[in-house]
Design a protein. Structure first.
Length: 224
């Protein structure tokens, strides 16, 4: 069983801990964060250790790490901490859920999170520090570059390339042979069928609120 430390103390770290907890290949022994951002000494009854002192108690030949930070500033913060952890000499592990549906031949980097119910097809490649939430389709011969965040329900068609530092929102769809540049933000429900340059943003219009309140609507439609 590999002993690991989770970098992060927020909601992402809490979720990641729960997934590691159910996987008997790993034992989480501590959390860590930059000293100025530590607000409590223990999480899930495990110590929270300042990152600047982490080597004093957890040597790199005995412990590994996972950086569990959200997508703030298009994953830039997580990438910074990913590099800091590697510079200290720690090996970064992946969490790949046993029910992930990932093809065993997929090329994948380190510090990746791949949750359950995916369809990640042969000849796909996933870079480092990529988070793939539940029920995502990544079709054949597609490439996800480093430091990306792919939320639940996303569909990425075959032969598509996603650049570094991209965020793809829930239920977005990206078409066949599309190339998405670096640092792109693709909002929930967006449909992308053409390639996009770096720093592109795609936002779908929100559904408008109906004029009637729910009580009057149900009465009018006889659904109530």
């Amino acid at each position: 069983m590999e002993k690991i430390i989770i970098f992060g103390t927020g909601q992402t770290a809490e979720i990641v801990y729960k997934y590691f907890e159910k996987d008997k290949s790993f034992e989480v022994v501590a959390f860590t964060a930059d000293r100025d951002f530590i607000k409590k000494k223990r999480i899930f009854d495990l110590p929270v250790v300042p990152f600047d002192t982490i080597l004093n108690k957890y040597p790199i030949n005995e412990y590994k790490m996972f950086v569990a930070i959200g997508y703030k500033n298009l994953n830039k913060l997580r990438a910074e901490k990913y590099n800091e952890v590697k510079n200290k000499g720690y090996q970064l592990v992946n969490y790949i859920d046993k029910d992930s549906g990932i093809n065993p031949d997929i090329v994948i980097g380190d510090n990746c999170l791949v949750l359950e119910n995916q369809s990640i097809q042969p000849f796909s490649e996933i870079g480092s520090n990529v988070f793939v939430w539940g029920s995502v389709v990544i079709a054949h011969h597609s490439t996800i570059a480093n430091h990306c965040w792919i939320t639940s329900g996303v569909s990425i068609a075959g032969n598509t390339k996603i650049g570094d530092f991209c965020f793809i929102g829930i239920n977005a769809t990206i078409g066949h042979m599309v190339q998405i540049g670096r640092k792109c933000f693709i909002g929930a429900g967006a449909i992308i069928t053409k390639s996009a340059e770096d720093n592109s943003v795609f936002i779908e219009k929100e559904t408008e609120k109906f004029a009637l309140d729910s009580s009057r609507f149900l009465k009018l439609t006889k659904m109530g």
